[in-house]
Design a binder for this molecule. Structure first.
Ligand SMILES: Nc1nc(=O)c2c([nH]1)NC[C@@H]1CN(c3ccc(C(=O)N[C@@H](CCC(=O)O)C(=O)O)cc3)C=[N+]21
Length: 307
């Protein structure tokens, strides 16, 4: 069982570069292999559900418009469905669609018996109201966990359908035996999809939680004290080595695309020298997010997560 209080001793002096790099590699949380493990579990569950009850879990993704990044993310989700045996439908709606048409489309999917999960890819084109659209999704089919009903449940400690990214972070912590209770967890970013639900999940597990964001006066003051640091801001390399303490556990949720390369919110190469464990970008939290989504579609199909 790994425990962050003992982690300082893991620091290795920078004598022989090759050796150091090899030592550092054990600090990397491999999101791809964790995601594979989750997907294996889902695949087994899907097979059992098919065999025992004749139900094939179904996910409908709704993509409004043609944004290339959104298309890529939707494609990743469809590929994961293929790997796990989940039926996936791609509902690509024109960018010109009206709010009423979008809601009517969602309501059609709510009625379908063969569709258990509905995912409305964000962001939506500017003329559409995402909060109102999300409210139209049947909370029992809310694989993303963004519906206010599910968000409210999360806040009161009933974690059913919860946002996939922070859930993936929690799963990674569990897999690595990271103690949460009593630790100082610092969340940087207060978005509805990452920061706020992440903070709620950490509070539910009895961490002492600080939530920092763009208006925080002295970010470093908080990050330096973090035992667990979760960063989701979309600011490339916001977190530098001098902003963290020895033995910190770091989850980098940021994605910045620049010149065809993907960067996280953490200066990985330098922060790893002080971290006990750290997620890379890519290959960290991203794949975990998608595997949790698959888990949610299975839960929805089983009806184990009644909303
Ligand atoms: N309703 C909704 N639900 C979402 O879950 C949702 C969304 N909207 N809008 C956009 C964000 C973004 N997102 C990602 C998921 C996986 C990776 C992922 O697996 N990335 C790979 C690499 C991909 C690459 O190479 O760029 C990785 O990090 O290793 C990335 C991004 C889900 N999102």
């Amino acid at each position: 069982m790994w425990n962050s209080s003992a982690a300082g001793s893991l620091y290795i002096s920078k004598e022989v570069k090759g050796v150091v790099e090899e030592e550092y590699s054990s600090r990397v949380i491999d999101g791809r292999s964790l995601a594979k493990k989750v997907e294996e579990e889902v695949k087994k569950g899907v097979e059992a559900l098919k065999a025992e009850r004749g139900i094939t879990p179904g996910l409908a993704t709704i993509l409004v418009g043609e944004d290339p990044a959104s298309k890529m993310y939707v494609r990743l989700k469809h590929k994961a469905c293929e790997r796990t045996g989940i039926h996936a439908e791609d509902h690509n709606l024109p960018a010109s669609i009206s709010q009423e048409e979008l809601i009517a489309h969602i309501q059609q999917l709510n009625l379908r018996k063969d569709i258990h999960g509905i995912l409305l890819q964000l962001p939506l084109p500017r003329h559409l109201n995402d909060k109102e659209a999300m409210l139209a999704i049947d909370p029992g089919k809310d694989a993303d966990g963004f519906h206010p009903y599910n968000m409210g449940n999360l806040l009161i400690g009933n974690e059913g359908f919860v946002p996939c990214t922070p859930k993936g972070v929690i799963r990674a912590m569990e897999e690595h035996g990271i103690q949460i209770q009593g630790k100082h967890a610092v969340v940087v970013g207060h978005s509805n999809v990452v920061g706020k639900p992440m903070a709620a999940m950490l509070i539910n597990r009895n961490a002492t939680v600080s939530v920092c964001h763009v208006f925080t006066q002295d970010l470093k003051q908080y990050t330096l004290d973090a035992d667990i640091l979760v960063v989701g801001t979309g600011v490339k390399h916001l977190i530098k080595a001098e902003m963290v303490k020895e033995g910190v556990v770091v989850f980098d949720v940021g994605i910045t695309e620049e010149d065809g390369k993907v960067y996280g919110d953490v200066d990985f190469e330098n922060v790893i020298k002080k971290a006990a464990l750290i997620t890379p970008v890519p290959g960290g939290v991203g794949p975990m997010t998608i595997s949790i989504l698959m888990q949610h579609v299975l839960m929805a199909a089983k009806g184990t997560c009644k909303a």
